[in-house]
Design a protein around this ligand. Structure first.
Ligand code: GTP
Length: 338
């Protein structure tokens, strides 16, 4: 078996210092091929400054994945799986995958996405890093600009829960393997102690705390944590789990179908409808190529509703199928054969 590729998830509120940490990490990567996945929120896009500073193709995110607060089975999986598969298909494969979350998405569903069979045997979560703005927390806030965090959340249509920001903060801590106090250059030792006390209330007992300033932290501290967080993914509870809103993803199956180029968008639509009619299929999503068209056709099928339309974007020719456990992958895939 080939070694699994380590992945690091970086979480923390808007302005906590995630980008600073990652930029420094990539700059000091010493030849490690680091693939970066950044999730966008609302229409605000990802942090362009991080990319413009980086000339190396390997530190540019190949894809932007959207994470939401919703259930992994219905949301994270259909964007996350193709993104990871695309990364894994690269030659040479990345040495390390870094995922910067928008900070408003719960880390727990993302961690659980790594337990999916297709991902689990190829990738391991090296660590969940939660960046805590020490200056803000010492001043009694969760984020430097709590109003901006609230505005960010209001702009993100994918966030369907109105949890108090405090709960998100706690959920970020209770999922972390490594907690980075950023901006420790702006606080004194006593304030750091106060922050440590607040953080300790929600942190897992295994989590380590490290202190950072504007120069970030070396790769030797941030990478190689070796947490294998997927192994205890379901022990890392969020408020939602504790409120009993989770459903176990063992009830669901997902797989990716390769789709040959189709003669027309109508032909694509009828094939998707036929596949949706197979037993247990809940959702089909992705992009397919249509003869004579430069842009791929986007497929969004949920229950009886099948949408197909042209829109620019990559990863054409692959659809993600999500459904109840026991899907007949062969029968479903047959609808998309040439
Ligand atoms: N003094 C000091 N400033 C920092 C530190 N870390 C980050 N900053 C500054 O804090 C601001 C926000 O940092 P970012 O790295 O952009 O934060 P982020 O979490 O990526 O924020 P978003 O990408 O907007 O979610 C920037 O102006 C950074 O220069 C630190 O350790 N010390």
């Amino acid at each position: 078996m080939t070694a699994r590729i380590p992945a690091t998830i970086v979480t923390g509120f808007l302005g906590a210092g995630k980008t600073t940490l990652i930029r420094n990490l990539i700059a000091g990567a010493e030849g490690r091929r680091i693939a970066l996945i950044v999730n966008e929120f609302g229409d605000m896009g990802f942090d362009g400054s991080l990319l413009s500073d980086c000339d190396d193709d390997d530190c540019k995110p190949d894809t932007v994945i959207e994470l939401t607060n919703g259930c992994i089975c219905c949301t994270v999986a259909d964007d996350f799986l193709p993104t990871i598969e695309q990364l894994l298909a690269r030659e040479p494969a990345p040495d390390h995958i870094v995922i910067e979350t928008s900070g408003l998405a719960l880390p727990q569903p993302l961690v659980r996405a790594f337990t999916w069979p297709t991902v689990r045997h190829r990738v391991t979560i090296d660590g969940v890093i939660t960046v805590v703005d020490a200056e803000a927390v010492a001043a009694g806030r969760f984020a430097h600009d709590e109003e901006a965090v609230a505005a960010q959340r209001a702009a993100d249509e994918s966030l369907d829960h109105e949890d108090p920001i405090e709960e998100l903060f706690e959920d970020q801590l209770s999922c972390a393997d490594l907690i980075v106090f950023s901006k420790t250059d702006l606080v004194d030792a006593k304030q750091i102690e106060e922050v440590a006390e607040i953080v300790a209330r929600d942190a897992r007992k295994e989590a380590r705390v490290v202190h950072a300033n504007a120069s970030g932290l070396p790769a030797s501290v941030l990478l190689g944590v070796g947490a294998a967080a997927e192994d205890d993914a379901f022990e890392r509870k969020s408020h939602h789990d504790l409120e009993g809103e989770e459903h176990d993803h063992d009830d669901f199956d997902t797989f990716i179908v390769d789709v040959a180029e189709l003669p027309s968008i109508e032909a694509l639509g009828s094939r998707v409808r036929a596949a949706m009619a197979e037993k247990g299929v809940l959702r089909i999503k992705g992009r397919a190529s249509v003869a004579g068209k430069a842009a791929p056709a986007v497929v969004q099928a949920v229950g009886p509703r099948v949408d197909t339309y042209f829109a620019p974007g990559g990863n054409a020719g692959r659809l993600v199928v999500i459904g109840e456990r026991g899907l007949d992958a062969a029968a479903i895939s047959a609808h998309f054969k040439a």
